[in-house]
Each structure stands twice: as C-alpha cells, then as structure tokens.
Design a binder for this molecule. Structure first.
Ligand code: ARG
Length: 585
C-alpha cells in the first residue's frame, strides 16, 4: 500500500503541476494528505481536496474534478471526483499481482523499511535483579525489548541486546550473610535461584524482626538496630574491597541466577549480545562524578551529592549518597558513556516499566547538562503493569508470580491438549512449548504497551478469538495448503479475482506501513494487530475460495501464489513479535 500511496502522491503532484502550475505542492506534501477512507465504497485511497484549496486558490470540488480528468494509471480502475474528494479505486487483479510480485522479489525482507543500514542501536532490556524473583513484571521488558530488537534488525540496524543484570548492590551483603548462616551449597546447586530468593526473603524478614525488637519499650524515635543488617553491610563492604571469598560467592550467585534466566530466554528464543551488569560499571563511575563536579553541576544536599533539576520541573537527581556510595542514576550515566564509546550507537533504547520513567527523564537530562552531544539519542520505552487473575498461579515465593511458572503453566496446559492428538512425547513437548509460550507472548503484545494488563490464562490459550494459538494455527493452515498443492507451484495470472482475494492482497500490502509505525512508535502491538488482520483476511479467503480443487487453472495458480505470499508475510510478522511459526499444530 505504501508503494501505491507514494505513486499516487507522485501522480497527483504531476497532475497539479500540469493543471495549476509548477512549484506549488511536492509529492511529499501530497503524500501526507492522503487518506485510507474507512468506507471502502468511497475508494481505497482518497485526497481531501480542501487541504489544497488555499494553495491552489480553487474550491475543493473543482480541484477534484480537474485532477480526476488528468490522472491515468493502470493500477486504479477508477479515479473520480466526489464532492471535495478525489477518490482512487484499486483495480484488484492488477493490484494483487503487483503485491505478490513485490513479496516474491523481496522474500524474507519484504516489509523492511531498510532505514537502519549502517546504523547501530543498543537495546537494554529484561535486566532482572540477581537473587530477586524474575517475575511477570519482567514480561514486558523482556518481550517488548526483544521485539524492538527484532524490528530494528529487520530494518537493517546493527543491534546490540544488553542484559543489564542487577548484579551489584547491598543485597549481596545480605545474601552472603544469609548463605553463611543458613545456606547449603547442595541445596542451591539443585534448587537454583529459587533457593537464593528464599535466603534473601528470610534475611529480610529476620532483619525486620530484629529491628522491631530493638525498639520495643524504647521511646519513640529510637533508631532501629539489627546485628544482621550490620553484618550485611560489612560483608558488602568486603565485597566492594575485593575480598576473594566474597567475590567467589558473588560470582556463584550470579551464575546460578543466570543459568535459570537462560531457560526462560531459550523458550523465547532470546539471546543477548552482552550481559554486562551493574557491577561492570563500578570503576567507571568516578570519572563521571568527577566530570559533574568539575562542571559545577553537583550540589551538596544534606550531605548527599545531587544535580538540581528544578528548572526542568523534576526532583533532584541523586548521584552520591551521604556515605559517598553511588546510586542507580550514577551507574546508568556511566553505562551510557561506556556504551557510546564501545558501540558508537545511533540510538540507545531502554525498556522498563513506566514506574521508572522519572528516573530515565532525570538522568537523560543530566547527560545533556554534562555536554554529551548524544543525549538526544537516548530513548526510554515504558510499559504498564501486569497482574494475573486468580490465585492459581501463585508460587512458593508468595504472591509474586515467576515468569518461568507462567510459561510452565501455559506449556503444561497445551501439552494436555496436544497429547490427545499426538502420542509422540517429544513432538508434544515441542508443540506445547511453541504454542504455550507463543500464547502468552501474543496475548501480552496484543495491547498497547502503556496499558495495564490483567492476564487471563484461559483467554490467552483459547483457539477461538484473537489469540496466539489462533494465528499460529492459521500459519500452519497455509503450510498444509502449500504442502498439498506443492510449494512454488503458483504464480499470479490475469484471472479476475474476487473480493476476498483482493482484500487479502490489500492486507498483505499493508505490512510495510505497519512495520514503519511499529518502529516509529516503539510499539510491537502494531504488528500483533496486523497479524490478526492478515489472519482474518486469509481465513475469509480460505473459507470462500477453494484452492486445491479450483477448476480454473489460472485462478488456482493465483490462489496458490496468494497463499504462499501470506505464508511468507505471516512468518516474518510472527518472528518480529518473538513468536515461532509451527508448520503443524
Ligand atoms: N534491573 C532493573 C530492574 O529490575 C532494570 C534495569 C533497567 N535498565 C537500566 N539501564 N536502568 O528494575
């Protein structure tokens, strides 16, 4: 559609030049005025001529009439003036032919805007905090982040996916104390990150109990005390000072956690290019703090070092605590500087929950004040909250729902159904993983990212309705049709096409534009909705137009070619939202 829209704009521009004189309106200006009328009977593309009337100094109906007489093009069966509108109606058969030719020519690159050639994007996403639960709150950053990476790769960008692990901080002091007090090597080796979380939860509870006990019967305002908290601070200090034993423990905690996260990433087909977490930036922060100080940007506020952001209506950005230790923004600034040097990015994208929007706005501003001229290449992509219906999915960690349990539950449910049809255990597992994981991803990415989502497992897994299983099933259907008739056995002919076929080709033609808006808005849900449109158009075609048994050989050939094109585009689109396309379900 994009191609045709561009071509239409050019045709109009030259018609304007002929009829009204040169230098008045460019094809680009006209392009931005073109619309897709909601009512198809009006046409497929329309130009509201009132937008031209001021420049051309003519009434809109008159402009429409003059231009309609001037424009000729094979791809339109009619170009007509309707009041103040100039309407273009597509010649379905010619149009479908061109769209399918376009898809065949570009193959898996069909739909790529190719705007990223020679540019680099770094994407910081997923980034769980070690030894804290990797829960459904991380679903957004993980799948939106990865989908944005795939979209950028598709557009030709060189992409660097970074898992900025939360692998440093006072929680490690606590974990070391907890491990030394109650931990056991074997239990952790077997139980993995869950056991670390247990230790972490336990020490937090015990610290709280000690603190509460320390003020019983004391006058109000007495500072709370906890020996375990003191010990934790001491262990973290030792870790920071490079104590070998503590470093070894820390490394082990990180490895155990990472091993567990990898299982979830594997299910989703995610691989990161870098796992440089927060710890990596410890020695890179002093230089940035020094720069801030030298530039006179630091102020001392109650002993802490801050950057005042009053002028920009934001609270202060904390750089150093009173005891001189660094903070979350300090680390992010150092990490951004490092990444700029390392990757020379043209864009750095950060995907986190909207709860962190202020944090990003603050430190982006600080980077700007520091004079880094790439401050405007930093993009924060926020998303809304996720909750889950019912207590069925609650885990041992209490009311937090772990991501791996969410996927495990979906996989188990699909497996039950798959087993009825398929006795082969490996095959069942493969289908269950592909459909179960896909169901969750699709359900999640069906909504605009800023919307708060209440997750309904039943809805996500349903085969009826706009779900992952439904679109994967549609893809599998295209495969089975093609297997039956033979892949590559069709090509577009001049056989006159019916409405279903033309609508399907229009849907196929819409893909490049949707990719562009998904990229521009950092919104994978644009692709999810596109997949639903395309699946609906294909299913309508499939139910109304017989393919294998079509008696008109030319028409059959066109239908096969349309099926092949749908198969190609569905596969690409599913890939862009981190979904697999199973040939069989
Ligand atoms: N680890 C953080 C969390 O779980 C997310 C990190 C986001 N990335 C960043 N550069 N701050 O909340």
């Amino acid at each position: 559609m994009l191609v045709l829209k561009k071509k239409t704009a050019e045709l109009i521009a030259s018609a304007v030049e002929k009829s009204f004189g040169g230098g008045l309106l460019s094809a680009d200006e006209i392009f931005s005025m073109l619309e897709y009328p909601p009512d198809k009977s009006m046409g497929d593309i329309a130009l509201p001529c009132f937008r031209l009337s001021r420049t051309l100094r003519k009434a809109p109906p008159m402009i429409a009439t003059v231009l309609s007489a001037e424009i000729k093009c094979d791809e339109f069966c009619s170009v007509s003036a309707d009041g103040g509108y100039l309407n273009f109606k597509i010649d379905g058969t010619a149009f479908a032919k061109r769209v399918v030719a376009d898809i065949t020519a570009h193959g898996e690159k069909y739909g790529s805007p190719e705007c990223g050639e020679g540019k680099t994007v770094v994407l910081d996403y997923s980034s769980p905090n070690v030894a804290k639960p990797f829960h459904i709150g991380h679903l957004g950053t993980t799948v939106i982040g990865h989908s944005l990476k795939l979209l950028h790769e598709f557009a030709g960008y060189k992409c660097v996916g970074i898992n900025y692990l939360g692998d440093w901080g006072t929680q490690f002091g606590k974990l070391i104390v907890a491990y030394k007090s109650w931990g056991d090597k074997k239990t952790i080796e077997q139980g993995g990150v869950d056991e670390l979380v247990k230790l972490y939860v336990r020490i937090n509870n015990e610290i709280k109990a000690e603190e509460d006990a320390s003020v019983v019967g004391m006058p109000e305002g007495t500072p709370k005390k906890s020996a375990l908290a003191d010990a934790s601070r001491a262990e973290f200090k030792k870790l920071e000072d490079g104590d070998e034993d503590n470093l070894a423990l820390w490394r082990w905690f990180v490895d155990v956690s990472l091993e567990e996260y990898q299982k979830t990433y594997k299910l989703l087909g995610i691989e990161f290019d870098s796992y440089k977490g927060e710890s990596f930036y410890t020695d890179k922060m002093p230089a940035e703090v020094e720069k801030l100080r030298n530039m006179g940007l630091l102020e001392i506020d109650d002993g802490a070092s801050i950057v005042n952001l009053d002028k920009w209506n934001m609270p202060v950005c904390l750089i150093l605590k009173r005891d001189g230790s660094t903070l979350y923004p300090t680390r992010d600034i150092a990490a951004a500087v490092y990444r700029k040097g390392e990757y020379g990015f043209d864009k750095a994208i950060y995907v986190t929950s909207a709860a962190q929007s202020l944090h990003f706005a603050q430190w982006f501003k600080v980077v700007e004040l520091m004079g880094y001229d790439w401050y405007d290449k930093l993009v924060h992509v926020p998303y809304g909250t996720v909750s889950i219906n019912g207590a069925k999915l609650a885990t041992r960690t209490g009311n937090v729902i772990l991501l791996k349990d969410l996927f495990a539950e979906a996989i188990a449910r699909v497996k039950e159904i798959a087993r009825e049809k398929n006795p082969d255990e490996d095959e069942c597992q493969r289908i269950a993983e592909c459909v179960g994981v896909g169901a969750i991803v699709f359900y999640y990415l069906s909504n605009n990212r800023m919307r708060d989502i209440n997750f309904m497992m039943e809805d996500a897994l349903s085969f009826d309705g706009n779900t992952g299983p439904y679109v994967q099933y549609t893809y599998a259907r295209t495969c089975s049709v093609l297997d039956k008739v033979g892949r590559g056995s069709g090509k577009m002919t001049d056989a006159v096409l019916s409405e279903e076929e033309v609508e399907l080709s229009k849907s196929l033609a819409a893909f490049p534009e949707r990719v562009l808006s998904a990229l521009g808005e950092y919104e994978p849900s644009v692709i999810t909705r596109y997949i639903l449109d395309l699946a609906a158009a294909f299913n309508r075609f499939y139910h109304n137009c017989s393919i294998a048994n079509c008696e008109n050989a030319d028409l059959k050939s066109s239908r096969i070619a349309l099926t092949e094109a749908t198969n190609r585009v569905l596969k690409t689109a599913l890939h862009l939202i981190c979904m697999q396309s199973p040939e069989k379900i």
